[in-house]
Write a protein that binds this ligand. Structure first.
Ligand SMILES: O=C(O)CCC(=O)C(=O)O
Ligand SMILES: [Fe+2]
Length: 279
């Protein structure tokens, strides 16, 4: 398996990109419309947030899941016993956010949502009819007026050497939502699991965009689009002293959307958050 960046502006972008999602659960895009400048401004801006004790004034709400999740809460990947070495902030347009950081994030939320909606429409248009007949409603309508789409600002702090044995920045996991879109982080470390079980580095040239399938789209497509395991490994050498910031947007349907005979989006999300130990 190899992830090749698809040029968003090429004539065959849609088909090439959706083929990659079907075959690997991942797609990489270059020449996409998300501004690199905006992304790097957000990385710098949120480093200040995570460096400041103010962050504790924005502690997350358990019921709504907006706000700051400290390293002591973090997540424990399904099937793992170690907490991830990370802290993060969950931004929703209706949720808490410090005033001085809000404008850039709101802009990015809006721009990344438009692109995510377009990419979901690509997925829909390139779904074979037999698979599409499993969708309870068109994919694009699942996210219309959804207020569940989540922008996460993640901070992986420098490693100090006192981390729990075997803990890594983000343990192997699958995302819960429909599609995730993720600009390359400011440091490497993201890996995806190939079908043969080996771990592959995800291309991380600044300016590429990584897109992956989440469990909800796997569920809705009867497995045609696989939700692939990924993780973030710890850095070596000099990179240990560096923070890593990343900015995934998790595209979520409205809670009442039927994913399959077993699940609505709401019931599925709840089940998974309990597993992660965050509610
Ligand atoms: O930080 C990254 O590059 C990936 C983060 C991730 O996979 C997640 O938060 O679900
Ligand atoms: Fe993830």
């Amino acid at each position: 398996m190899k992830l090749i960046a698809v040029d968003y502006t090429s004539a065959t972008a849609k088909e090439d990109f959706v083929r990659s999602l079907h075959e690997t659960g991942f797609g990489v895009l270059k020449n996409h419309p998300i501004s690199k400048h905006l992304v790097s401004q957000i990385y710098t801006d949120w480093q200040t947030f995570f460096d400041s004790p103010e962050k504790h004034n924005y502690l997350y709400n358990k019921d709504k899941q907006d706000g700051y999740f400290p390293p002591t809460v973090s997540e424990t990947a399904k099937g793992s016993t170690k907490k991830d070495i990370k802290e993060y902030f969950h931004y929703y347009p209706w949720g808490q956010c410090p005033d001085q950081h809000k404008a850039l994030l709101a802009q990015y939320y809006q721009e990344s949502n438009s692109l995510a909606a377009e990419l979901l429409a690509w997925v829909e248009q390139c779904t074979p009819p037999k698979v599409a007949s499993l969708y309870s409603q068109p994919l694009s309508s699942m996210i219309e007026q959804s207020d569940q789409t989540l922008l996460r600002v993640l901070h992986y702090p420098p490693l100090k050497g006192d981390e729990e044995l075997g803990a890594i920045r983000a343990g192997a996991h699958e995302d819960i939502n429909l599609l995730t879109i993720l600009p390359s982080a400011n440091e490497p470390g993201l890996q995806v699991k190939a079908k043969d079980g080996s771990w592959m580095d995800v291309p991380c040239d600044f300016g590429t965009l990584i897109v992956n399938i989440g469990d909800m789209l796997q569920e809705a497509s009867g497995g045609y689009f696989p939700s692939t395991s990924h993780r973030v490994i710890n850095p070596d050498g000099a990179d240990k002293t560096k923070s890593r910031i990343s900015l995934p947007l998790f595209l979520h349907p409205k809670p009442e959307v039927v994913l399959s005979e077993r699940h609505t989006a709401g019931s599925y999300l709840h089940e998974r958050l309990v597993e992660l130990g965050v509610i």
